[in-house]
Ligand binder design. Structure first.
Ligand SMILES: *Cc1c(COP(=O)(O)O)cnc(C)c1O
Length: 410
């Protein structure tokens, strides 16, 4: 890990204070043309000693705007500090976690995984138009049937058809023969440009798609394609637990990645991350964004600099090893839980590198699932699965209560 280090509390506070000091001071009257300000002091408690050790609250009060993309070109001068910290976050994720080469990536902190996935589809749609003069009818989005619904939003917004690839009921793996047959049929129908959303852990199962399987089939059919990895759920887990993972920028099949900081990382909502190789994000340039100094290459306009600072603070509070230990604790709990299920002969799906266990719902009475807050694969009553996610707050003692009730059913 080149950049992902652990900093002490005083170091963290000092760096955040520095960042906020270089954010415009609205009191100095030098900024007459910005429709921005700190939080309204008539409404919010914006001063007092209680803020001294609360750098994130201070950041929210200072209210920096991280509008635009800061890995490329110029950025708004007024918010340099929080943009610098965002750049450090993007660098840790791109280089240390996803193995990008130095300065060979772009990215930004989006509002969430939904936005980051749509940003990817938007970039590829525009790329196919620009490079190949492709029409919308010639493009198609491919993703597995377990893919997050944000991809359907993107398909609808961008007017590009989305086709779901069936997965095996038990292994949740893409059925390669089906993929092959679907691509063949789509090509016969005139599709030439494919955008793939490959899951690095699905929300319901924690199952991980192999992007190389998509690449192989698409190459075989000689179509143009780009692969986006949706790591909204698994981005802060899978690459840490599976050291041999090839789902990163060393893999030439992977062009862009979504990671959510507001799931496993427990950052405030509004912190999804979009990452891509250099040379792609320009496809999302809005030329008309002229009042923004620098280029606006992002789907969102104004966005919270305080959120970027919060993600930065979490990453550098733990450092790589601190995070490694935390994730491994969750995996230990997951393994303990699976052992209990094995003893009880309850069937489930689990990817060994993930902290989700998805139980076949025929083994779990509905009222028990409800009592323990398990989440079903569908809320319309026809569910086949219930999932349990080992989070910070889901300890073995909590799991034990559930397991004991399962034993009592026998
Ligand atoms: C949660 C999730 C999303 C959507 O993220 P939001 O941050 O809720 O917008 C997308 N993909 C996957 C796999 C997810 O788990």
């Amino acid at each position: 890990m080149k950049y992902w280090k652990k900093l002490s509390k005083p170091q963290l506070i000092q760096k955040i204070d520095q960042a906020l000091a270089s954010t415009v001071n609205f009191e100095s009257s030098k900024y007459l043309g910005y429709p921005v300000s700190h939080l309204d002091e008539n409404v919010f408690n914006t001063s007092g000693t209680s803020l001294d050790n609360a750098p994130i609250l201070k950041s929210f009060i200072a209210n920096p705007n991280n509008i635009g993309c800061h890995t490329l070109g110029k950025s708004e001068e007024a918010f340099k500090g929080s943009q610098e910290l965002e750049k450090e976050v993007i660098r840790v994720l791109a280089v240390d976690i996803f193995k990008a080469k130095e300065n060979q990536y772009d990215g930004y902190i989006a509002t969430g995984g939904t936005e980051a996935n749509i940003q990817a589809l938007w970039i590829y749609r525009n790329l196919f138009k620009k490079e190949y003069n492709a029409s919308l009818d010639e493009m198609v989005i491919l993703s597995s049937e377990d893919t997050h619904y944000s991809v359907h939003k993107g398909s609808n917004l961008l007017s590009v058809e989305n086709v779901s690839i069936p997965v095996d009921f038990n292994s949740r793996e893409i059925i390669v023969e089906e993929l092959d047959a679907i691509v063949k049929k789509l090509v016969a129908e005139g599709k030439k440009y494919f955008m793939v959303i490959s899951n690095m852990a699905t929300t319901m199962f924690g199952s991980v798609d192999n992007p190389d399987v998509y690449a192989e089939i698409l190459k075989k059919h000689q179509v143009v394609f780009k692969i986006h990895v949706d790591g909204a759920f698994g981005g802060f887990i899978y690459p840490i637990t599976n050291k041999k993972s090839t789902i990163n920028f060393e893999n030439e099949n992977v062009t862009s990645i979504t990671i959510d900081a507001h799931k496993m990382l427990q950052a405030p909502y509004g912190t999804g991350v979009f990452l891509c190789r250099k040379g792609y994000i320009e496809n999302a340039l809005t030329k008309e964004a002229q009042y923004v100094d620098g280029m606006d290459l992002t789907l969102s306009g104004s966005r919270s600099g305080a959120n970027a600072i919060a993600v930065w603070m979490i990453l550098f509070s733990y450092g790589y090893y601190g995070w490694f230990e935390k994730i491994n604790t969750l995996l230990l709990r997951t393994e303990w839980f699976c052992d209990q299920l094995n003893n009880l002969n309850i069937e489930y799906f689990r990817n060994p590198f993930m902290n989700i266990v998805t139980l076949k719902s025929s083994f779990i009475p509905d009222d028990l699932a409800h009592k323990f807050g398990l989440v079903p694969d569908t809320h319309n009553g026809e569910h086949s699965w219930f999932k349990v996610i080992m989070m910070d707050h889901v300890e073995i003692d909590d799991l034990l209560k559930f397991v004991t009730e399962l034993e009592n059913l026998k």
